[in-house]
Design a protein. Structure first.
Length: 166
């Protein structure tokens, strides 16, 4: 069931990411044309493009975590026996889970404080901009928890099979 939820969220986020990129390209193009062709830059397009980039970052990070395409240095971990490697991977996932839980925990008070503050040019609530942090963190948390469970299952299989091979 959690796999279906995550897959549904990932499909939704992929679509949202496409929309965000299209909006960002449009806004940056509008800003360049208005600034250099018409010599009359728009303040709101620059601000909206910046906020689009923030959403792009957190949605993209969540999708990278889901696809297991985050940056890793594997030169040492590949030389370690399988069981120890899985323990290390689980430990790293636990640290990431703790970090994401802390991020989520502290993002809600910040979110509520930003609710009544407005952005300078667009006059949007800053909480709309900040919503990208808990949204991205929550999806990353779900994906990391799913990965962790898969590692636990893999670790159990190494004990049942008696293999500690690489």
């Amino acid at each position: 069931m959690i796999n279906q939820l995550i897959n549904c969220l990932v499909k939704l986020l992929k679509g949202l990411l496409v929309v965000v990129v299209i909006i960002m390209v449009f806004l940056v193009t509008l800003q360049v044309v208005s600034r250099y062709v018409f010599q009359n830059p728009t303040a709101w397009s620059e601000e909206a493009a910046r906020y689009s980039l923030i959403y792009f970052t957190f949605i993209g990070a969540a999708l990278a975590v889901h696809k297991k395409e985050t940056l890793k240095i594997t030169i040492f971990i590949t030389k370690i026996p399988l069981r120890i490697r899985i323990f290390i991977e689980l430990f790293i996932r636990i640290l990431i889970i703790i970090f994401l839980l802390i991020t989520l925990y502290y993002s809600f008070p910040v979110f509520s404080r930003l609710r009544n503050q407005l952005t300078p040019a667009l006059r949007w609530s800053k909480s709309i901009v900040f919503m990208s942090v808990p949204l991205g963190s929550l999806v990353m948390l779900l994906c990391i928890m799913q990965e962790s469970w898969q590692l636990v299952v893999k670790l159990k299989s190494t004990f049942k099979g008696g293999s500690s091979a690489k």
